[in-house]
Design a protein around this ligand. Structure first.
Ligand SMILES: Nc1nc2c(ncn2[C@@H]2O[C@H](COP(=O)(O)OP(=O)(O)OP(=O)(O)O)[C@@H](O)[C@H]2O)c(=O)[nH]1
Ligand SMILES: [Mg+2]
Length: 194
């Protein structure tokens, strides 16, 4: 654990990514212990010199928090819609210790952009198949093949609407990040507030 984070729990940033409509907002709302913070801002991106989104498009960000005992606090950042605000992702991913990529099996390839960004930035991530129709027939190896995932990327199932399922997914992600990082050290018995 870094010595300079001061008193109190170590804050860790986690991004919740995936294609449009894959359940990011639902997931962050389910697992967060805060009244989740959901912003919907009208951004005039073109006015700021960036023409990749039309002016007055709505940029939504989800933010949530999960305490892990007294030692860590996870800050969850939901990525905005990839089709219009993909360029915000690089900034959001900066400093993240882990990423969760949600997948709707009916359109699994929509998750490619999220996987690309996390791979390129070397952020450890877990792929979670969300509980949309057809998800009950999922086989991790099929998803791994379809998304061309490396063998060490965990593939799990989740249900963004169900807090316990979401928390179990976050636990898996934190464990995975802890395996890959010097920053994330799980306390011997991690206690997630439920
Ligand atoms: N059946 C089912 N529906 C879900 C699940 N998760 C989310 N939904 C529904 O799917 C729709 C989209 O969910 P959102 O949480 O808004 O998805 P999002 O990724 O935030 O979507 P955008 O921000 O609009 O790109 C909503 O109607 C949710 O209620 C799930 O696990 N199963
Ligand atoms: Mg959303």
């Amino acid at each position: 654990m870094p010595a300079d984070h001061g008193e109190g729990p170590l804050p860790l940033k986690i991004v919740i990514a995936g294609g449009s409509g894959v359940g990011r907002t639902t997931f962050v709302r389910s697992v967060s212990e805060l009244a989740p913070f959901h912003t919907e801002e009208t951004v005039t991106v073109a006015a700021a010199g960036d023409t990749r989104a039309a002016p007055d498009e709505s940029l939504t960000l989800d933010f949530g928090r999960i305490s892990v005992g007294d030692s860590m606090v996870l800050h969850l950042f939901g990525t905005p819609a990839p089709d219009r605000f993909r360029f915000v992702w690089d900034e959001l991913v900066r400093g993240a210790v882990g990423g969760l990529v949600l997948v709707d099996l009916r359109r699994a390839k929509d998750s490619f952009p999220a996987i690309d960004v996390l791979e390129n930035r070397d952020v450890p991530f877990v792929v979670a198949v969300n509980a949309f129709p057809g998800a009950d027939r999922f086989r991790p190896d099929d998803v791994r093949d379809a998304l061309q995932l490396r063998a060490d990327v965990p593939v799990v199932s989740t249900d963004a609407r169900v807090r316990a399922a979401g928390l179990a997914t976050i636990v898996r992600l934190v464990e995975h990040a802890a395996d890959r990082s010097n920053v994330v050290r799980l306390p011997r018995r991690a206690r997630f507030s439920r």
